[in-house]
Design a protein around this ligand. Structure first.
Ligand code: GDP
Ligand code: MN
Length: 380
């Protein structure tokens, strides 16, 4: 789950990172009062979970409380990259001498974290990395060992950050660890004209798997980035959107993971991960199939179920129900094995839907689904 800038700012402050004085509101009239309390001038900032707010007109410097009210009125309700602005943060402006970039991000492939730092902050780091890769420093951080002061010094040195930012690097690592974050980013971290190091913007992505012990920010699925993921979450489904074209549904995370691999091995790409779990009911199957089929990228669906606690006839019943509810236009390949497989297969045979075919093995099913997805689009 991503946090809003004002939430990230709060975490930074709690961990001793210097941030500007600021307050959040959804009312322009209140914005005027906040600006007055901040000393008159204020930076008015859209609170949306996307970057590039500055470029989109969502960050404005107001010279006095009346201007802060006017800027808030303008920014509230704005659409920034598909995100509606529901609140603004008013911050005490700082006089910037130089902007830097620092972050820690999970590097799944390496099984660790990566510190990323640059003396060219302010713009999106991807742009800096594309144009001047030598200006972006990357240092692996072993999560078990943690970030030592020596490593922080090395990062600051290599990136050309001022010496005072070593302390920020250490504290930012503490934010990551204590808050169970997958990403913490400060862009820009600035040196002010009067020599202070201040975090002017913050992005924090929390690890949803730690939600049980990080409950202060509320419901984790309330803001799922992907609309299909949000829909699936609302139905209590364990769904992750991927880039490919073969929709995958299975029971048990392990079986679904291997199904993704087998699909990839057949030269196609999985469109999603969907585990309907052990003991899945017909209802869950119908919900799952309806979510997967509503993904426009999906060209075929592979249902791979090994019945243990889940009985295959319940799964087949769910598929039959879903066929009536969602009226699929894409081929569905079903492999049922294990508990009540014969009864499940018989149910599907009896329904005799023209777009549903059955396979007896996982490999066979995957290769059929892959062929459907990579062949020319089928009629219907
Ligand atoms: P983003 O565009 O969504 O990344 O929003 P930021 O919070 O990073 O703000 C964009 C830019 O606005 C920053 O890179 C700064 O250059 C500028 N900015 C933000 N706050 C201040 C401030 O207090 N003083 C000044 N001078 N510039 C600011
Ligand atoms: Mn920024």
């Amino acid at each position: 789950m991503d946090l809003y800038e004002h939430q990230a700012r709060e975490l930074f402050a709690e961990h001793g990172i210097v941030v500007p004085r600021a307050e959040v509101t959804d009312s322009p009239a209140r914005a005027r009062e906040i600006a007055r309390a901040l000393g008159g001038r204020a930076v008015v900032k859209a609170q949306v979970k996307t970057g590039g707010r500055g470029k989109a007109g969502g960050v404005r410097l107001a010279a006095d409380p009346a201007a802060a009210e006017e800027a808030s009125r303008h920014i509230l309700g704005m659409d920034i990259k598909g995100h509606r602005v529901e609140a603004v943060m008013l911050a005490e402006p700082v006089d910037i001498q130089q902007e830097f970039y620092v972050s820690y991000v999970l590097d799944r492939a390496a099984g660790g974290f990566l510190a990323v730092a640059s003396a060219e902050g302010g713009t999106e780091i991807e742009e800096v990395a594309a144009e001047r890769p030598e200006a972006v420093v990357r240092v692996p951080v072993d999560p078990a060992a943690g970030l030592t002061t020596a490593t922080a010094v090395r990062i600051a040195d290599a990136a050309g950050l001022p010496p005072q930012s070593v302390d920020v690097l250490v504290r930012l690592w503490q934010v990551l660890v204590r808050e169970d974050a997958l990403l913490v980013e400060v862009n820009p971290l600035v040196r002010t004209v009067d020599g202070r190091i201040v975090a002017l913007d913050g992005k924090v992505t929390l690890d949803d798997n730690a939600h049980f012990r990080q409950t202060r920010w509320g419901e984790r699925h309330a803001t799922a980035a992907d609309p299909l993921e949000a829909r699936a979450a609302a139905k209590g489904l364990n769904y992750v959107k991927l880039d490919g074209e073969v929709g995958v549904i299975g029971n048990g995370a392990g079986l679904v993971m291997s199904t993704l691999d087998v699909v990839a091995g057949c030269g196609a790409r999985p469109a999603n991960f969907l585990d309907i779990g052990g003991g899945a009911s017909a209802r869950v199957m119908a919900d799952g199939l309806s979510v997967v089929l509503s993904d426009p990228a999906v060209k075929s669906v592979l249902v791979n179920v090994f019945g243990g606690i889940t009985a295959c006839d319940a799964v087949a019943d769910g598929i039959v129900r879903a066929l009536d509810e969602v009226r699929p236009t894409k081929p569905i390949v079903v492999r049922l094995d294990g508990n009540s497989a014969a009864r499940g297969r018989a149910l599907l045979d009896a329904r005799a839907h023209p777009l549903v075919e059955q396979a007896t093995t996982m490999d066979g099913a995957a290769s059929r689904a892959a062929r459907h997805a990579t062949a020319a689009p089928t009629a219907g």
